[in-house]
Design a protein around this ligand. Structure first.
Ligand code: C5P
Length: 224
């Protein structure tokens, strides 16, 4: 049986909490990887802890967004952490994506499209003229041109992205409880996998409260 793959968003600065997350997600029905974002990566002991992690699938969610030289230098600077996956914003531009891809070696390079916390209204506020779906499709084409390994997009754009991008699809904005929190473009994990997500990224729905119970709810939801 092929297991559904989940990246747990380890959004905390507390190493004890990370250890608890890893312990409680040892589950035979799902495959878990661990995503470390800006909060943990910038914490005092975060880097050292990640370096000590063995035999886990790891994802450094740096969301680099800078000029080509800075993006590639930053990727080199974290290469000792041996992440399996690492993110760069597609809006950094084609040259930056190509420069990043040139130095990422065995780490899979993920292009981040429009954040799942944004909707059409937010895009207008920022000054974009295209709607979310058109912009994500446009960015997916760019990711394809830069030969990125994977793309981050919301569950609502997976089918569109798959038309032009053949790499892995990684989907945050996943909810199987009633709370949206700060996310605007959400989808259930079941629908996201049905749409073609290779990985769902799930943070608070797993890490807040009782982790074991939350995982059981996720499994029940997927089996419905
Ligand atoms: O708690 P929640 O499931 O909303 O966490 C989602 C995680 O995915 C967070 O760590 C967030 O930084 C990340 N993410 C996202 N939307 C993107 C890219 C990454 O929510 N477009």
């Amino acid at each position: 049986m092929i297991k559904n793959k989940v990246f747990v968003a380890c959004d905390t600065t507390d190493i004890r909490k990370i250890k608890e997350i890893i312990k409680e997600t040892q589950n035979t029905k799902l495959f878990f990887g661990y995503k470390f974002g800006l909060e943990f990566l910038n914490s005092k002991n975060g880097r050292k802890y990640i370096k000590s992690l063995k035999n886990q699938t790891t994802f450094g969610d740096y969301k680099f967004s800078d000029i080509p030289n800075t993006c590639s230098s930053a990727i080199r600077a974290v290469s000792d952490l041996n992440f399996n996956y690492l993110t760069v914003h597609i809006s950094s531009g084609l040259d930056a994506l190509r420069a990043a891809k040139k130095v990422s070696k065995t780490t899979k390079l993920i292009g981040v499209t429009i954040l799942t916390s944004l909707n059409n209204k937010s895009l207008k506020e920022i000054g974009y003229n295209k709607d979310v779906k058109k912009l994500v499709l446009h960015q997916a084409r760019l990711a394809n041109k830069a030969k990125l390994d994977a793309i981050v997009c919301s569950g609502q754009e997976i089918k569109i992205v798959k038309r032009v991008f053949k790499g892995e699809i990684i989907t945050p904005g996943i909810r199987f409880s009633s709370r949206n929190d700060d996310q605007k473009r959400i989808l259930t994990p079941k629908k996201a996998y049905e749409n073609g997500a290779d990985w769902c990224v799930i943070g608070r729905n797993i890490t807040k409260g009782n982790i074991k119970k939350n995982i059981q709810s996720l499994i029940n939801h997927l089996n419905q």
